[in-house]
Write a protein that binds this ligand. Structure first.
Ligand code: NDP
Ligand SMILES: O=C(O)C1=N[C@H](C(=O)O)C[C@H](O)C1
Length: 246
């Protein structure tokens, strides 16, 4: 049995993560950490599962890695810059393993994979994401990661983003305009819209219930036991073919 401490255990995602751990015969739920927990709380667990806040996450993750814990990160905010810094930390620590999962939902991972495939073939692309009103960060971590992967798939050739300096045109992430909605009645939704000559391709994904994260959380737990170094994305764990960088 591997014991797992959960940072953010009382949150919307954290409480689901705790349920999945408790239901899994190979894992035991350890400390359930909140912002009130001291730095040493949960240090005895083999695995630290971080689902806290974008602000707290980097400190929580680095501390866990430096004390030899394997780490799963579901918290948003891990943009390319943060991931580069994390990779530096991981390389300093022999045997370190961290798995960063921007989205645990299989449908979302598939949608982002399809967007990566389409990216080189369309001259313009924009992302519209919608989330519940309690979400503290925007754009969403999934949208940031999707935009970065689209840019990488285009090999540095930025999409057309006319008049992008106007606030209503969204926030440019890796050259891709991203538009964020925060609405009562929504859990999570993302649309990637590709524009070509006389046509628009829309790749859309809806999260109707947080149950959609269960299978991905389980897969991440099973993968972290043999992971090495920094791994980003559930696609790597599930063996979904991906091309290009990152
Ligand atoms: N990868 C994925 O598939 C998904 C990722 N997310 C991401 O997960 C994160 C959490 O989302 P959600 O559960 O909705 O948010 P919540 O606000 O419901 O939960 C966050 C929890 O973190 C706790 N927390 C805050 N600071 C710390 C700290 N320093 N140490 C430990 N715990 C802390 C808070 O508790 P308190 O302040 O009481 O301590 C709170 O319970 C977000 O970044 C979100 O974007 C969400 C859904 C899916
Ligand atoms: O806060 C959320 O709810 C979610 N956060 C993640 C993100 O920022 O992409 C994943 C999912 O969209 C739900």
């Amino acid at each position: 049995m591997s014991s797992v401490a959960v940072a953010g255990a009382r949150g919307r995602l954290g409480s689901l993560v705790c349920e999945v751990i408790e239901d899994h015969p190979a894992f035991a739920l350890g400390a359930q950490l909140s912002s009130a927990s001291g730095p040493e709380a949960g240090a005895d667990a083999a695995i630290l599962f971080d689902v806290s806040t974008p602000e707290a996450s980097p400190r929580i993750v680095e501390r866990a890695l430096r004390r030899g814990q394997r780490v799963i990160v579901g918290t948003s905010g891990w943009s390319a810059d943060r991931l580069r810094a994390l990779d530096g930390v991981v390389r300093e620590i022999p045997g370190a393993a961290v798995l960063v999962v921007p989205n645990f939902s299989l449908g979302s991972v598939m949608a982002t994979t399809l967007a990566r495939i389409a990216a080189p073939y369309f001259g313009s692309v924009e992302i519209v994401e919608a989330h519940h009103e309690a979400k503290v960060d925007s754009p969403s971590g999934t949208a940031v990661r999707t935009a970065e992967l689209i840019a990488a798939a285009r090999g540095g050739d930025p999409p057309a983003a006319p008049f992008a300096d106007q606030p209503a045109r969204g926030q440019l992430i890796a050259g891709v305009p991203v538009h964020s909605l925060r609405l009562n009645g929504v859990i999570a939704r993302q649309e990637v819209r590709f524009g070509g000559a006389g046509e628009v391709l829309t790749i859309a994904h809806d999260t109707h219930a947080r149950d959609s994260y269960r299978a991905g959380i389980r897969a991440a737990l099973e993968a972290i036991r043999s992971a090495e170094g920094l791994t980003v994305g559930l696609e790597r764990v599930l063996g979904i073919p991906v091309t290009g960088a990152a």
